[in-house]
Write a protein that binds this ligand. Structure first.
Ligand code: NAD
Ligand code: DAU
Length: 340
């Protein structure tokens, strides 16, 4: 089987490629990635040595790039990770998010219709459900929770999900969707909370916590996300949505303190800054559908996962230090200058 994995030079896509190469060594994996600021070929260095792996630089929203790849590879499946993924960037430049996340999804699915496919899988997010109140720990997102987005990022991802469902109903394109909670682990770009805090704490720099730090995220170790997608594309029902999450809710402050504890750094590094506009309060996934239908359960508890993640960043300094130079410095200054 040949699987096109889009966005495979990013955080979750690269972890998924390594998961596939390890667990399904007979399958051919072709990565299509535009190598935006978030894509990194160094991440795929080991995969490049595998004869069953091919990397192709290209844009999912570019019909020529996409069609050429379909003609060369005749894929059986497409798993679409490619996206603009950072909420704060979507607040600065919404249009790019619409172009990649919506038009890119449409371009890929049109190629799937044209050339034929056994499965188009959309990697989606729990952010499409909006947020939950902090004082209602009994509430969770199920697959039937109405879409109610907050940011341009989540609105673009929700739009893509609706298009995917429309292609199923209208054209019977065999699709599936997974909506996952916050991931963490190796190869996570240091614009996001956990790798940002690890890299800054290691340099004894202040840690910018938005608002009061009371917002809650439901953290899932990235390998558990990969195993869930793997099950859904191989055994999940077409036309279905599956929520993925591991009941690992933490406030942002708890996460930052856990990182400081692992690194033996003082909590005085924490610096409260201006809140994110429209900041979602709490995400919490009910994963009972994927558990009961496909037997999926997460394997890594948050306390173990955060330890593994900190260890990975300590052992792979060159990977993230190479990112922190150049454009990243400008990004940090631009993004955080008005928050102080
Ligand atoms: P990421 O930003 O780390 O990686 C995105 C990748 O997509 C990069 O390699 C980038 O170069 C590539 N890309 C961007 N635009 C492209 C384009 N037009 N054509 C081809 N490639 C392009 O993102 P991530 O955190 O790995 O997220 C992957 C997917 O999972 C996204 O769809 C995201 O919405 C979803 N998701 C992420 C999380 C999370 O916690 N990170 C949780 C749930 C769902
Ligand atoms: O829930 C899934 C989503 O999780 C994915 O769809 C997104 O692609 C992914 O980026 C992530 O979105 P979040 O906005 O939750 O992740 P982020 O790491 O940006 O922020 C996590 C929390 O930490 C959020 O409440 C904002 C806060 N935060 C973030 C940064 C970058 C801070 O307090 N300070 C920061 O500097």
């Amino acid at each position: 089987m040949t699987i096109i994995v889009t966005g495979g030079a990013g955080f979750i896509g690269s972890n998924f490629i390594y998961y596939q190469l390890k667990n399904h060594p007979d399958d051919r994996i072709v990565c299509l990635d535009a190598l935006t600021y978030a894509g990194n070929l160094a991440t795929l260095k080991e995969a490049m040595k595998n004869p069953n792996f091919r990397f192709v630089k290209g844009d999912i929203a570019n019909q020529t790039d996409v069609n050429r790849l379909f003609e060369e590879e005749h894929p059986d499946m497409v798993v679409n990770f490619a996206a603009e993924s950072h909420v704060d960037c979507s607040i600065e430049n919404p249009r790019l998010f619409l172009e990649t996340n919506i038009m890119g999804t449409q371009t890929l699915m049109d190629a799937c219709r044209h050339y034929g496919i056994t499965r188009y899988h959309q990697v989606a997010t729990d952010e499409v459900y909006g947020d939950l109140p902090l004082d209602r720990p009994d509430l969770f997102f199920t697959e039937n929770t109405p879409i109610h987005t907050s940011s341009p990022y989540s609105a673009s991802k929700a739009s893509a999900d609706l298009l995917v469902l429309a292609y199923w109903r209208t054209y019977q394109l065999p699709v599936s969707i997974t909506r996952c909670s916050n991931n963490y682990g190796p190869y996570h770009f240091p614009e996001k909370l956990i790798p940002l805090m690890i890299s800054r704490a290691l340099a004894d720099e202040s840690l910018p916590v938005y608002g009061t730090g009371e917002n809650v995220r439901d953290w899932l170790y990235v390998e558990d996300h990969c195993s869930a997608i793997d099950l859904v594309i191989r055994k999940g029902r077409v036309g279905e949505i599956y929520n993925i999450g591991g009941h690992n809710e933490r406030t942002n402050l708890q996460v930052v303190k856990a990182i400081l504890h692992e690194l033996h750094k003082p909590e005085t590094l924490i610096h409260y800054v201006t809140d994110r506009p429209g900041h979602d309060r709490r995400y919490a996934i009910d994963p009972s559908k994927i558990h009961s239908e496909l037997g999926w359960l997460p394997q890594t508890k948050f306390d173990d996962g955060i330890r593994l993640t900190v260890k990975w960043y300590l052992e792979h300094r060159k990977w993230w230090e190479d990112i922190l130079v150049g454009d990243y410095q400008n990004y940090y200054e631009q993004m955080y200058k008005d928050r102080q």
